[in-house]
Design a protein around this ligand. Structure first.
Ligand SMILES: [Zn+2]
Length: 195
């Protein structure tokens, strides 16, 4: 996400993707994120699901989470690629970008309930950690750190929006890992684990 500014041109699409601009890292960090989650999706469906004796409920939750993560990464990359075409295009794709991130947080919230119901003592710390990581991403984004202290120095590398993208990928990978921990825990301790 970033502000939409009318630039009055419609021929920067290719240069945005292939040339080094202030959007390059924003575009490619989430294309990379998309590929990571696509790979995890395939791996989960083909290996993890069988290895951890997943239930149908696990499959639905894990698939929903990863599809939302992929959607988030894809819509974000498209927004950062297409936002320079026109102000109208920027606003439209910004709405899709926000939709993608909202879908991911909804998926995290719902799956968090699913995991926590299993064993709150084990999963609460991971859920809290998830909110700490996401909160730090939002903090960097909202307060425009570090460029607010060094204007102009981080235009191409290290800008708050790029950090936001990277921390979001880390947060989503961490959450996927939480799902694996959940499955492993259940496999090890069974349904009636008691302290
Ligand atoms: Zn973005």
């Amino acid at each position: 996400m970033s502000d939409c500014i009318s630039v009055g041109t419609n021929d920067i699409l290719v240069t945005d993707v292939l040339w080094w601009t202030n959007e390059t890292l924003n575009i490619w960090s989430h294309i990379a994120g998309f590929l990571v989650f696509l790979g995890l999706f395939v791996y989960d469906v083909t290996v993890v699901y069988h290895e951890y004796l997943g239930t149908e409920g696990d499959a639905v939750v894990a698939s929903f989470v990863l599809i939302c993560f992929m959607l988030c990464m894809l819509l974000s990359s498209l927004y950062h690629t297409l936002n320079s075409i026109s102000e109208e295009s920027c606003m439209k794709w910004l709405a899709y970008d926000v939709f993608g991130i909202s879908a991911s947080f909804l998926a995290i919230f719902l799956s968090g309930i699913y995991y926590a119901f299993w064993c709150p003592e084990v999963f609460l710390p991971r859920i809290i950690m998830m909110y700490i990581i996401s909160g730090s991403a939002a903090f960097v984004y909202v307060f425009k750190i570090p460029e607010r202290y060094f204007p102009g120095r981080f235009d191409y590398i290290g800008a708050s929006h790029q950090l936001w993208h990277l921390i979001i990928v880390v947060a989503l990978v961490y959450w996927h890992q939480t799902g694996l921990e959940y499955a492993k825990f259940r496999l090890t301790f069974g349904c009636n684990f008691e302290y």
